[in-house]
Design a protein around this ligand. Structure first.
Ligand code: RTP
Ligand code: MG
Length: 141
């Protein structure tokens, strides 16, 4: 913006296929807004395999990668840009740990505890860092 206002931090968020299919999109967006984020951009997309491979390239050598590609192409997703002070860390905190089954015990208020199933089908994604947020926002928007 033009006039010296401080830009708030942005992060990249995704509702994964299980979250969209399970009808959690509106509930997750309500939690996002109640937590002080504003949703700057929003897009519903169906990923193909090559796009998932590219998005999750950092995991390409992991044993779970083929399964991750299959999961992430199983239905439409919702991608968003969220804005708030400390957006990256606060969104990661709100989604909870990767393993949604454990999240139900250790982080019962987290989004993954609410709508995730296990360590793969965990219904949401959040960028790890300012740098990855920047990459992921450019990837989709
Ligand atoms: P994300 O990047 O999607 O926000 O998740 P994360 O940081 O919590 O987890 P990460 O280690 O980056 O893994 C990316 C996604 O891969 C799937 N995964 N499956 N079967 C497994 O052991 C396994 N581990 C990870 C999950 O969908 C995870 O979110
Ligand atoms: Mg990750």
């Amino acid at each position: 913006s033009c006039c010296g206002g401080m830009e708030k931090e942005k992060t990249f968020a995704m509702i994964k296929p299980d979250g969209v299919y399970g009808n959690y999109s509106d509930k997750i967006k309500a939690i996002i807004m109640d937590s002080g984020f504003s949703i700057k951009r929003e897009l519903r997309v169906q990923l193909d395999e090559d796009t998932v491979r590219s998005f999750y390239a950092e995991h390409s050598s992991k044993s779970f990668f083929p399964s991750l590609v299959k999961y992430m192409t199983s239905g439409p997703i919702l991608v968003m840009i969220l804005e708030k002070d400390n957006a990256v860390a606060d969104w990661r905190k709100l989604i909870g740990p990767t393993d949604a089954e454990k999240a139900k015990v250790t982080h019962p208020q987290s989004i993954r505890a609410m709508c995730g199933l296990n360590t793969e089908k965990n219904c949401v994604h959040g960028s790890h860092s300012i740098q990855s947020a920047s990459r992921e926002m450019s990837f989709f928007f």
